[in-house]
Write a protein that binds this ligand. Structure first.
Ligand SMILES: C[S@@+](CC[C@H](N)C(=O)[O-])C[C@H]1O[C@@H](n2cnc3c(N)ncnc32)[C@H](O)[C@@H]1O
Length: 233
């Protein structure tokens, strides 16, 4: 664990020194510019802690909360597919995942991977390069219908790469695509004030917080799990 933190710190340092851009940016235009300036290998270095944390937070949040039938899931800010891989493993057999990611190079890398469920069977995945601040679309560019998705997941992005106005727009679009009773697992700061802020913000868009998972007590980030209530605008 400590080795992992040190490796990531080193990778982050190398990327920051070699670039004018910093990916830990609350203004999203700057964050995506920084991610687009990275090679896939550099990204894999800076994403090491996130990759490790995903295998702990996602299953803890999904356990006992998913319907016992195939689900439609959307993985926001899916990077090179590390969070998608965890979702594939924990979703019910026959589920489908759509990954939305800004950087087209990361999307190409994610598409080349194979995603497997808990029994080892391939999971149907699609990826699309787009900003999640725009209307969510499927891999062919069609607008995702209202109330059509069972689960929206976001790891390593909501807590750091969006300002308040952007988070509000993101919560509104997640609320639009989720069916009543659908789940949203959204990364948040681990400290109480940051988590409470995220819960209040999503509360304005018809979400009730069900719980929260953290990879370990040292992690500065957590993931809050929300349920979409039945109100529609
Ligand atoms: C820390 S990485 C996490 C990747 C992946 N979720 C994981 O857990 O491995 C954050 C990702 O968010 C993406 N991102 C940031 N802002 C975005 C936006 N507005 N639309 C789509 N992707 C975005 C970045 O390009 C980057 O790949």
């Amino acid at each position: 664990m400590i080795g992992l933190f040190l490796r990531q710190a080193w990778a982050e340092c190398a990327v920051s020194l070699g670039s004018r851009f910093h990916f830990r940016e609350r203004k999203n235009t700057r964050a995506v510019r920084a991610y687009c300036a990275m090679t896939v290998a550099e990204f894999e270095g800076v994403n090491a802690r996130q990759r490790w944390a995903n295998w702990r937070t996602i299953p803890r949040n999904l356990h006992g909360r998913l319907p016992e039938r195939p689900c439609r899931a959307v993985d926001l800010c899916s990077g090179v597919g590390d969070s998608t891989e965890v979702l594939a493993c924990y979703l019910p057999e026959g589920s489908e995942i759509l990954g939305l990611e800004f950087n087209p190079e990361f999307v190409r890398t994610a598409r080349r991977r194979t995603y497997r469920d808990a029994a080892g069977a391939p999971v149907k995945t699609r990826f699309r390069a787009q900003s999640v601040l725009e209307t969510f679309r499927d891999a062919s560019g069609g607008r995702l219908p209202d109330a059509s998705v069972d689960l929206v997941n976001c790891c390593g992005a909501a807590a750091i790469n969006f300002d308040e106005r952007e988070l509000d727009a993101l919560a509104a679009e997640i609320s639009r695509v989720l069916r009543t009773g659908g789940l949203a697992a959204i990364d948040a700061p681990a400290h109480c004030a940051g988590k409470e802020l995220m819960i209040r913000r999503f509360g304005r868009h018809h979400f009730e917080a069900l719980g929260c998972a953290q990879s370990c007590f040292l992690d500065r980030f957590s993931q809050v799990i929300f349920r979409r209530d039945g109100r529609r605008r």
